[in-house]
Write a protein that binds this ligand. Structure first.
Ligand code: F58
Length: 834
C-alpha cells in the first residue's frame, strides 16, 4: 500500500531497528524464552510440552515472517508473471518440523530445547495436523507449494480456511466413527488479515441496461452479501529465502447495511442467524474422496473462494496499470480439478460486465490465463451442477455459461457440420432432468492446457472421457504431467536417518533439491557396510512404527516380520477388499499347515490405514471387516507372529511420515485404469520400500524408472478391463476358487456376523464384480508368494531397495513444477540475492 509507506527521511530509524533473524542456538534460546515468558505469559514454573511447542513455533514463525515480507516485496518490485494455484484442499500436515528443516536450523533448535529441558520430538508432536484435504489431491497441492517456494517461483496458493478439516477417525467395535476436527485454536501459522476483505454476492437477479453509448450491459443486483476475510500462511522454501504465501478465505457476515436494517427493525435474532449462516460457508471440508454430491453449500464454497481469489488477483494486476491484454503475461491460474472452474466464468464476468471489454477480447484473455488439471476418470467423481441450482445462486454466471456454450457449439458446428450427436455430447449443458452443467467441459473450454497426472491417466483422458475435445481442439491442448512428492517432507523430514546416510555417501544434501543425484547411490549397491547401515535404518523405522502400533492399538508386532502396508483413502477402486481377502486366504493357509510347514512361513504384519467417506457404506464395511479379521487373527495363539493384522486409526499426514519409512512392501493395487496417479507409491519407494501393484497410475512410470525386476506387478491390464466387465455383465463370471474359500470362511461367521459383509461379497459374486477383485485374485496371491520368496533373500532384497531409491529422482515435485512452469504457465523463477 503506497499511501501507508514511511517517507524516506524517516526510514533510517526503521532500518536500524528492523527485525533480525536468530542464527544460532543461543539466539534461538533467547527467542524461545522471550516468547514463552511474554507472548504466552508462562514461565519456567509452568512450561509444559505444549507451551514449549508454541514458543518454538513462534520463534521460527518470526524468522519466516521476515523472509516472507521480503519475498512479497521482491515479487511486487520485479513485477514478473506469477502463478496462482487454486485448490479447495491443502493437506499440509504439521508445519514446525518443516519450517526448522527448510530454514536449516533444526539442530540449533534440538540443542536449544534440550538445554531448556525438552526433547525436540516430543515438542514437534504437540502440533495438530493442518488437515484441509481428503487425500492425494490435497496433499499434491501441499507438495506443490513446497516446490514452488524451493524453486523460487513467484506463486500464491488460494484455498478455503475450513474451521473443521477432515474428520478424525475413531474405531469403535470395529466401526469407523467420525469426530469433528476443530483445529484452529492457537494455530501460530496463520495471520488474519482483517483489512483484506472481499464482499461476495449470491442469489439476486440480472438486469439488462443500455449505457450512454447504447451498449448493452448486465448488472447483477440484490441477493445476499457474504464477506471473505483473508488468512495468510507463510510457505518457506528449502534452502532459499523465498517464502511464498498461501491465502485462505474465511466467511463472515457482511458488516454492510444489510444487517443493520434488520437490527434497527428490532430483528436482532435474525441478524445473528444471518451471521451464523454466512459463517457456515467456510465451516467444513466436504469429506468425500472421488465422489460428488451436488450440495448447494458446496457450490457456495466454490464460488465464494473463486470470487474472493479472483478479486485479489485482479486487484494486484490493476495496481500495475497495465493493459488488460497483458493479463495473461502477468498471471497464470492453475485449477486443481474442476472445483475452481467458476473462476473461469467469474473472470469473464469481471472483464465484460465490470471492466467493459468486448466478449471476444475478454474470452481470449481468460483462456490464455487458465490451465486445468484432471485427477480422475471415475464417472462418479466428475462434477456436474444442476442448472436450476445455479440459476438461483449465480444467475449471471449461468447466463455467461450459456453464452460460452453457444459460441463454443457454433464453432464446433462449423468444423463438424451436421454432427448433432457430437454437439449433444460436448455441450456444457447436459440435457437431463434437471439439466446439468458439466464442469469438466467448461474447464477444458476455458483453459489453454488440460493435463492428467500420470501417463496412462492422461492417455485415458484423451481416448475416452475427453475424446471429442481432442478432435475439436487437436491433441496439443492435452498433456501429461506425472505427479511427484516433495523429497523434503517425504525423505528428509520423514526419514532423517536415511537422508543423512545418503548425504554421507553423496557428499552432502544437494540431492534434496536435485533428486536425480540419487542415481549416484547405485555405485554403493554392493557395498556390504552400506547395505548393513541401510538395513539397520529400516529396522529402526520399523521399531518406531511398532511403537505407534502398540500405543494406538495395543497389539505388539515383531519388527523382524515383513511389514506389508496399505494406507490411503478406503475406496472400492483402491481395493482394500482385495488385500483383506488375501490376508484371510493367508490365514486359512497357515491354519491348515503342519508345524514343519509353518517353520517356512515368512512372518507378516498386514497394516491398513485410511478413512472412508462418512456416507460410503461399502467402504465402511471394508474397514469393519479388516478390524474383525484383526481381532480373530491377532488373538489366535496358534498363529502367533506368523500373521498380524493392524488397522491404524486416523491415518493422516503426520502418521504417514512414520509409516512410509517403515514398510517393506506397500500395496498400490487399484483396478487397472482407475487410479489417476497415486503418490504414496512414490513416498514408499523413496524410503526404500518395495511395492506390489497393478499396471495403473504412476506405478507404470515407477516401473519404467526403477526396472521391472524391482517391483511386483500383477493383475489385468487397463485395456482388458472393459471387456471383462462386459463379460461379467452377460453372466460370464466364475468366482476364483481360492476366493470362494475365503468367502466361505466369512459366511461361516469366522469373523463375526457374516451378514455384516454380505453386501461386500455380493458386489463380487452377484453384481458383476465391477472392480475385478475375483479376476485379479489368483495373480495377487501368487505375487504375494513371490514377495515372501524375495524377502527370504535379505541381500537381494536390500539390493532392490537401494537400486529403487537411486532411481527415484524423477518423482520429485521439483521436476513436476518445472514442467508446469515450462509447458503450461510460462513463468520463470525469481532469483534471490542475499
Ligand atoms: C487423487 N484424487 C487421485 N481427489 O485419486 C490420485 O490418483 C492422484 O494421485 C491424486 O489425486 C493427485 O493427483 C483425489 O484425491 C479427491 O480427493 C477429490 C476431493 C473432492 C471431491 C472429489 C474427489
Amino acid at each position: 500500500n503506497v499511501e501507508a509507506s514511511i517517507p524516506e527521511p524517516l526510514r533510517e530509524a526503521w532500518r536500524k531497528h528492523s527485525a533480525k533473524e536468530f542464527t544460532n542456538k543461543e539466539e534461538f534460546e533467547k527467542e524461545l524464552v522471550r516468547h514463552i515468558e511474554t507472548t504466552l505469559a508462562r514461565s519456567l514454573y509452568n512450561c509444559d510440552e505444549l507451551a514449549a511447542y508454541s514458543g518454538t513455533a513462534l520463534a521460527f514463525r518470526d524468522r519466516l515472517i521476515i523472509e516472507w515480507n521480503k519475498t512479497q516485496q521482491r515479487q511486487t518490485f520485479t513485477d514478473q508473471k506469477r502463478v496462482y494455484y487454486l485448490s479447495l484442499e491443502f493437506l499440509m500436515g504439521r508445519a514446525l518440523d518443516n519450517a526448522m528443516l527448510n530454514v536449516g536450523m533444526k539442530d540449533a533448535a534440538r540443542e536449544g530445547l534440550r538445554d531448556l529441558g525438552f526433547r525436540i520430538e516430543d515438542v514437534i508432536s504437540q502440533e495438530h495436523d493442518a488437515a484441509l484435504g481428503n487425500g492425494g489431491l490435497g496433499r499434491l497441492a501441499a507438495c506443490f507449494l513446497d516446490s514452488l517456494a524451493t524453486l523460487n517461483y513467484p506463486a500464491w496458493g488460494y484455498g478455503l480456511r475450513y474451521r473443521y478439516g477432515i474428520f478424525k477417525q475413531e474405531i469403535v467395535n470395529g466401526y469407523q466413527m467420525e469426530i469433528p476436527d476443530y483445529w484452529l485454536d492457537n494455530n501460530p501459522w496463520e495471520f488474519p488479515r482483517h483489512e483484506i476483505t472481499v464482499d461476495i454476492q449470491f442469489y439476486g437477479s440480472v438486469k439488462k441496461y443500455q449505457d450512454e453509448n447504447g451498449k448493452i450491459g448486465h448488472s447483477w443486483e440484490d441477493g445476499e452479501i457474504v464477506q471473505a476475510v483473508a488468512y495468510d500462511v507463510p510457505i518457506p522454501g528449502y534452502g532459499t529465502k523465498t517464502t511464498n504465501n498461501l491465502r485462505l478465505w474465511s466467511s463472515k457476515a457482511s458488516s454492510g447495511e444489510f444487517d443493520f436494517q434488520k437490527f434497527n427493525a428490532g430483528d436482532y435474532e435474525s441478524a445473528v442467524a444471518d451471521q451464523q449462516n454466512a459463517e457456515t460457508i467456510s465451516a467444513v471440508l466436504y469429506p468425500n474422496d472421488n465422489l460428488e454430491r451436488g450440495k448447494e453449500l458446496r457450490l457456495k464454497q466454490q464460488y465464494f473462494w473463486c470470487a474472493a481469489s479472483l478479486y485479489d488477483i485482479v486487484r494486484r494486476f490493476k495496481k500495475t496499470k497495465r493493459a488488460w491484454s497483458e493479463f495473461p503475461d502477468q498471471v497464470a491460474i492453475q485449477l486443481n480439478d474442476t472445483h475452481p472452474t467458476l473462476a473461469i466464468v467469474e473472470m469473464q464476468r469481471i472483464l465484460i460486465d465490470i471492466e467493459g471489454l468486448e466478449w471476444d477480447e475478454a474470452w481470449g484473455i481468460v483462456t490464455k490465463t487458465f490451465g486445468y488439471t484432471n485427477h480422475t476418470v471415475l464417472p462418479e467423481a466428475l462434477e456436474k451442477w444442476s442448472v436450476p441450482l445455479m440459476q438461483n445462486l449465480l444467475p449471471r454466471h449461468l447466463q455467461i455459461i450459456y453464452d460460452i456454450n453457444l459460441f463454443f457449439l457454433q464453432s464446433v458446428e462449423k468444423r463438424f457440420p451436421n454432427d448433432r450427436d457430437m454437439l449433444a455430447r460436448v455441450s456444457i449443458i447436459e440435457e437431463s432432468h434437471p439439466k446439468m452443467v458439466r464442469m469438466a467441459y467448461l474447464a477444458i473450454i476455458g483453459s489453454h492446457k488440460v493435463n492428467g497426472v500420470a501417463e496412462l491417466h492422461s492417455d485415458l483422458l484423451k481416448t475416452t472421457l475427453f475424446k471429442d475435445f481432442v478432435e475439436i481442439y487437436g491433441p496439443d491442448r492435452f498433456t501429461n504431467v506425472t505427479n511427484g512428492v516433495t523429497p523434503r517432507r517425504w525423505l528428509h523430514q520423514a526419514n532423517p536417518a536415511l537422508s543423512s546416510l545418503i548425504a554421507q555417501k553423496l557428499g552432502g544434501h544437494e540431492f534434496l533439491t536435485d533428486l536425480t543425484l540419487l542415481d549416484k547411490l547405485e555405485a554403493f549397491v554392493d557395498d556390504k557396510e552400506f547395505r548393513r547401515e541401510w538395513a539397520e535404518i529400516k529396522t529402526k523405522n520399523k521399531l518406531r512404527l511398532a511403537k505407534l502400533i502398540k500405543d494406538t492399538t495395543g497389539y505388539s508386532v515383531n519388527p523382524e516380520s515383513l511389514f506389508d502396508v496399505q494406507v490411503k483413502r478406503i475406496h472400492e477402486y483402491k481395493r482394500q477388499q482385495l488385500n483383506i481377502f488375501g490376508v484371510i486366504h493367508r490365514y486359512l493357509k497357515i491354519k491348515g499347515m503342519s508345524n514343519e510347514e509353518r517353520k517356512k512361513v515368512i512372518p507378516r504384519v498386514s497394516i491398513f490405514g485410511g478413512k472412508a467417506a462418512p456416507g460410503y457404506w461399502m467402504a465402511k464395511s471394508i474397514i469393519h471387516l479388516i478390524n474383525k479379521v484383526a481381532a480373530v487373527v491377532n488373538n489366535d495363539t496358534d498363529v502367533g507372529d506368523l500373521l498380524k493384522v493392524i488397522f491404524i486409526e486416523d491415518y493422516n499426514v503426520s502418521k504417514a511420515e512414520i509409516i512410509c519409512p517403515a514398510s517393506d512392501i506397500s500395496e498400490h493395487i487399484s483396478t487397472a485404469g482407475t487410479e489417476g496417479s497415486g503418490t504414496s507409491n512414490m513416498k514408499f519407494v523413496m524410503n526404500g520400500g518395495l511395492i506390489i501393484g497393478t499396471c495403473d497410475g504412476a506405478n507404470i512410470e515407477i516401473t519404467r524408472e526403477i526396472g521391472d525386476q524391482n517391483i511386483f506387478l500383477f493383475g489385468n491390464l487397463a485395456e482388458d478391463v472393459e471387456d471383462l466387465r462386459h463379460r461379467h455383465f452377460y453372466g460370464d463370471f466364475q468366482l476364483d476358487p481360492a476366493l470362494a474359500k475365503v468367502f466361505k470362511a466369512i459366511k461361516d461367521n469366522m469373523f463375526g456376523d457374516a451378514g455384516d459383509f454380505a453386501a461386500l461379497m455380493a458386489s463380487i459374486e452377484e453384481h458383476g464384480d465391477y472392480y475385478l477383485v475375483s479376476d485379479d485374485f489368483h495373480s495377487y496371491v501368487t505375487t504375494h508368494e513371490m514377495v515372501d520368496e524375495a524377502f527370504l533373500n535379505k541381500e537381494e532384497w536390500l539390493a532392490k531397495s537401494i537400486t529403487s531409491v537411486a532411481r527415484m529422482g524423477f518423482f520429485s515435485t521439483d521436476r513436476v513444477i518445472n514442467e508446469y512452469a515450462d509447458s503450461i504457465w510460462n513463468v520463470e523463477p525469481l532469483a534471490v540475492k542475499d
